[in-house]
Design a binder for this molecule. Structure first.
Ligand SMILES: [Fe+2]
Ligand SMILES: [Fe+2]
Length: 273
């Protein structure tokens, strides 16, 4: 079987992650990778591989749903089912309270931040990984921009930059950095999807920016953070949050910052107006 070296290294988390593995772990990973590829090839040969939809097919599904795909997780039941009653937020709510009561289960972001920490990334990048997708509780469309706005008053500028632009960069591979176009996107955006013009021009701007690697490393950690069996918690990030997240003294939502209303919306999504 032909092995695509770059793709294989990317599945392990890039060259930095591979350099930390011993030879036994590498051999095991290679065997696992070859087994998966073999399964894929057999499925393709038998015509049983799942087919990715086209953009037109995804658009045809719009009127089959009672909700829109860009709606935040707090506002729609999973698979369009019923929503749950939410526990009220405590007074003087902190980021950790929102993680526990509104962003839960937050597995994906915790996994990506755990990986960033294990691979020795900067504290701004670890923080950005921890926060990069949590605004999806409120809204999914353009979540990089919404998320950056939510956190901007409270975190370092570099972390805001990383959150804002990871969403545009994820459509553009950079194999030197260990980022490949995710297979998952063929399924969720369509196999023939082309990012709109504002995403393409944002990518060009960020590609030439001195902080390019900040959002790029968020996308790199993003790729390897979908393990359904990973055990993660926010506890290892307490110190980083303490050092870099400026909690308002009256609690998030009560501080009149430019995004205080967004925190109130997250706290109270059942408010009718
Ligand atoms: Fe994201
Ligand atoms: Fe993500």
């Amino acid at each position: 079987m032909e092995i695509d070296r770059r793709a294989f290294i990317a599945t392990l988390g890039g060259t930095a992650a591979v350099s930390m593995m011993d030879s036994e772990a590498k051999a095991e990973a290679l065997e696992h990778y070859m087994e998966e590829k073999l399964d894929e090839q057999v499925a393709a040969a038998q015509g049983t591989a799942p087919k990715n939809p086209t953009v037109a097919e995804l658009e045809a599904q719009i009127e089959t749903r009672g909700y829109r795909r860009g709606v935040g997780n707090l506002f729609v039941g999973s698979q369009g089912g019923k929503v749950k009653r939410l526990e009220p937020m405590p007074k003087n709510a902190k980021l950790q309270d929102f993680f526990r009561l509104r962003f839960m289960p937050a597995n994906h972001v915790l996994q990506s931040a755990t990986r960033a920490m294990k691979t020795g990334m900067s504290e701004e990048i670890i923080l950005a990984c921890l926060l990069h997708d949590v605004v999806q509780s409120m809204i999914k469309v353009d979540h990089g921009w919404w998320g950056a706005q939510l956190f901007e008053p409270y975190i370092p500028e570099k972390a805001t930059f990383a959150i804002r632009y990871h969403a545009a960069l994820r459509f553009y591979p950079d194999s030197d950095a260990g980022y490949e176009y995710p297979d998952l996107y063929y399924r969720i955006f369509g196999q023939d999807y082309q990012p709109p013009e504002y995403i393409a021009s944002t990518y060009k701007m960020v590609r030439n920016h001195k902080w390019y690697m900040e959002p790029r490393l968020v996308t790199v950690n993003d790729l390897y953070a979908f393990d359904p069996n990973a055990k993660v918690s926010i506890d290892p990030f307490e110190d980083i949050i303490g050092r870099h997240f400026k909690h308002p003294k009256d609690g998030l939502g009560n501080d009149n910052s430019p995004s205080a209303h967004m925190w109130r919306t997250l706290a109270n999504p059942d408010a009718p107006l």
